[in-house]
Design a protein around this ligand. Structure first.
Ligand code: TXA
Ligand code: MG
Length: 317
């Protein structure tokens, strides 16, 4: 049984489990989160694997306070006012990622922004302080299912895929956090949630637009375009390497190649491959090769999300 009652000792165990790279589901005031050490790409890959997400959506990184948030990203003056008013609480702010940010690139899906939240729930707070890590956590449900508001919901959806479920009782709000983009001059709501738009407007002293709404700047539909796009062309499904190409390999049987090469996983492990993906494409792009030959990645498990990302990168070039 993965569900455990919250105590000082189970929080300490959960913190150790997180630090060891395994997954812990925990209550927040909004919904239960599926938590991983945000600095560990492999642990983050395991989150996508457990959820069965067909895409690498960027995750919310949970931190203990605004100072910890400020170490990961920078926000506008309005963002700072919203943080001061609503943290800890059910507000997520999208910040400009700092260079040298310790969060794994997979957690932000290769974006140059990072979504950060300081949860108020005492169990989430205790876990963050004890683990002393930023925790990447999407809602703790299988992809396409509704967000879980009790430990039993998490157990039903993910019971066999998570090391521990901390039972903090029913999530008090039962609605996800409001996501606000605080990177630009004008803050914009990206997802409506537990903090009402009127309450944001009261703090800002003026109305706030919802992305996709009439008044919103057209940045949100362009989210995909803001994903990291390599300069090099990607040649997918490659079984050989051509003159001048770099090689993004997968598995044990790799074509002979003298130039730049990174193997996503010599063992053919898709979780390891997902963990290495963004950094590997970036490094091969930086090698200066005009084209990157990408070996076939099986379309199963996390392979689906890896191939989705590679296909979009290939189209972007
Ligand atoms: O209440 C919540 O927010 C819960 C608890 C566990 O904190 N978490 C949650 O996570 O709902 P998730 O992964 O189900 O939703 C994350 C949302 C998505 O809409 C995603 O697109 C957005 O946050 N997001 C994450 N990073 C982003 C970024 N860098 N830029 C824009 N949107 C981002
Ligand atoms: Mg969700």
């Amino acid at each position: 049984m993965a569900i455990v009652t919250v105590s000082v000792s189970t929080i300490a165990t959960a913190a150790r489990v997180l630090r060891a790279g395994a997954l812990v589901a925990f209550p927040t005031e909004t919904v239960y989160g599926l938590g991983a050490d945000a600095t560990n790409a492999r642990a983050v890959a395991a989150v996508f694997e457990a959820k069965g997400r067909p895409r690498f959506n960027p995750l919310i990184v949970h931190v203990q306070d605004a100072e910890a948030a400020a170490r990961l990203g920078t926000m506008s003056a309005d963002g700072q006012r919203l943080a001061a008013a609503f943290w800890p609480g059910p507000l997520t702010l999208v910040l400009a990622k700092r260079s040298g940010c310790i969060v794994a690139e997979l957690a932000t899906a290769g974006l140059d922004t990072i979504a950060v939240r300081v949860p108020a729930h005492p169990v989430a707070q205790a876990l963050l302080r004890t683990a002393n890590l930023p925790i990447a956590a999407p809602s703790a449900n299988r992809s396409g299912h509704v967000s879980p508001t009790t430990a039993a919901h998490v157990e039903a959806d993910l019971g066999d895929r998570v090391a521990m479920i901390l039972d903090g009782g029913p999530a008090p709000l039962g609605l996800e956090s409001t996501v606000v983009d605080a990177t630009g001059a004008e803050p914009v709501v990206l997802r409506l949630g537990a903090v009402a738009r009127d309450d944001l407007a009261r703090v800002l002293g003026r109305p706030i637009a919802v992305a996709g709404g009439e008044a919103a700047r057209p940045s949100s539909p362009g989210m995909l375009a803001r994903h990291y796009a390599p300069r090099a062309k990607l040649r997918l499904g490659a079984r050989d390497v051509r003159e001048g190409e770099a090689l993004l390999a997968f598995g044990a049987h790799v074509p002979r190649h003298a130039g730049p090469m990174i193997n996503l996983s010599t063992a053919g492990d898709l979780i390891e491959a997902a963990a290495n993906l963004f950094a590997a494409v970036r490094a091969l792009d930086a090698s200066g090769a005009a084209s990157i030959a990408v070996m076939p990645i099986p379309e199963r498990g996390l392979g689906e999300a890896i191939n989705d990302r590679l296909r979009r990168a290939a189209r972007a070039a």
